[in-house]
Ligand binder design. Structure first.
Ligand code: NI
Length: 167
């Protein structure tokens, strides 16, 4: 699975619910986890691999991969924390983003089994980042305008270096 990068319209679309959660989602989740490992990331959402469906996979250090289908964030903590985020769709860019420290999420796994999870720390962070992808939102949208302009400029410079224009 190839990972789409900033500029691809699919990353800006609201993803569709998965209905029903068919047997093919076992394979889709597996492929997404492989792409996540290949990209050395901790989370990957459907739209990032060209699948505009409400699914994401997450794997934080020391834990097994988790699959979230049709997730709803049903609760967030009052306290907010700053944490440095990156995104497989915006390679080479990191920025501090403020978000709730803990979340409660309800979702279904790749076998169609419902679950509820209380998450904090890095897990809460990545769940919120991936959930945003399902809404067509990227972490850079949560930065102040001057900060976003700075990171986008850095991203463009980096891209030009990697793909120099042919004369
Ligand atoms: Ni991302």
């Amino acid at each position: 699975m190839d990972i789409l990068t900033l500029g691809n319209d699919l990353l800006r679309q609201k993803a569709e619910p998965v209905r029903p959660i068919g047997a093919e989602y076992v394979g889709i989740a597996e492929e997404m986890i492989e792409a996540l490992h290949a990209g050395k990331g901790i989370g990957l959402a459907g739209p990032q691999v060209g699948l505009s469906k409400r699914i994401f996979v997450v794997q934080v250090e020391g834990e097994a991969p988790r699959v979230f289908i049709n997730p709803t964030i049903i609760g967030t903590s009052q306290d907010l924390v700053k944490y440095e985020e990156g995104c497989l769709s915006i390679p080479g860019i990191w920025a501090e983003v403020m978000r709730p420290a803990a979340v409660k999420v309800q979702a279904w796994n790749e076998k169609g089994r419902p679950f509820t999870l209380d998450a904090e720390g890095i897990l809460a962070r990545v769940i919120q980042h991936e959930y945003d992808h399902l809404e067509g939102m990227l972490f850079i949208d949560r930065l102040s305008v001057p900060k976003r302009d700075r990171v986008l400029l850095k991203y463009e410079k980096r891209r030009v270096r990697q793909h120099p224009p042919k004369a």
